[in-house]
Ligand binder design. Sequence first.
Ligand SMILES: *Cc1c(COP(=O)(O)O)cnc(C)c1O
Length: 390
Amino acid sequence: MSRGTEILYKGSRITGKHDTPECEPIYLTNAFNVSDLDELDFVYDGGGYAYNRTCNPNRTLLAESMTYLEGGEDTLICNCGMSAITTALQTLVKAGDHILSDRTLYGETIDVISRVLGKFGVEVTYIDFADLDQVRAGIRPNTRVLYTETESNPMMGIVDIAAVAEIAHAHGCRLVVDNTFTTSYMIRPLEQGADVVVSSLTKFVNGHGDTLCGSITGSREFIKEAYEIQQFTGSVADPFSCWTVSRSIRTLDLRMPRHMDNAARLAAALEKDPHVTRVLYPGLASHPQHELASRVFEHGYGGMLSFFVPEDREKINAFMHALRYVRYAMTLGGPRTTIAHPVTSSHYDVPEEERRKMGITFGLIRVSVGLEDPEDLIADFTNALKVFDD
Ligand SMILES: *Cc1c(COP(=O)(O)O)cnc(C)c1O
């Protein structure tokens, strides 16, 4: 055979026993060979792999982990949180249907519901899910889905999933819950009565700030329907991203307590700081839903918090410069503590009046608390906050 042909085939087949590597390999392949048409039938019956959009071992393995963690029957792994949310909703609604949604969602989720699904004739109303009377009153004859997050961004509001699920089911609706901020370590929405849980694995679940990935977990029947949509629209995660998230899940239960313990300590320190007017953290007795948080969250109150400083652009800039370790980043759930400024990022498009109604002012800083030594972390914030002195 010529070099031109050999170069294609040499080194493309592993020989010897290779099906028990200690760490799962990354299956970077578009397709899998089948030896004959009988084997193809076996693959079609779910016994193997043929094409990457249809199935990939790294996606299968990650799905198995997420199904276990969220306590569901099956999981679909998507290329990011947004595609997981979109795929789940595309499975559940059609033109003429109505979605009743919490008002304080992740910005792009509102865009998907209002602008993307809206284009295809899906209706939506946004209300406050903390007020169960509003939830009951908001359901219409064509409502199919109730949609909420376990903890809202950036005000750290909490929704009573079990109570909302009861209302949803009494009206024949399904409840979809985004568990990104809290993860299965703190709450398993399916156990509280939700029908579908979606998550941006990009955040705490992957936890290393290096990958985009998302998941949908629910009943076997629902995931089968969602899988069909995913096959057509192609919202699949690539093998490498799945592999990084699978790797990270091994340490989820070691990382989360550290995030949460650091957040609790930082929240307490910020609440005492004279430059901070208010701290939003569900673990503080001052949080309006502290009791609900204690009832629904396991192990603690999460790694996210927000706090208010004076609405002074120059001083906020000086504060950002004065932080020695902590940096600004438009993400969350990573190993390093990061801050964000909702008015100029996640809520930039929200009109000022509406933003103020939500309580989001220019002085609001959101913190994703990382894995640092807590003393260093607190010192970094309290030192930098001194810029508000003069
Ligand atoms: C980040 C995030 C998403 C979107 O996830 P991507 O992986 O960035 O697509 C959805 N919901 C919440 C609550 C998020 O924080």
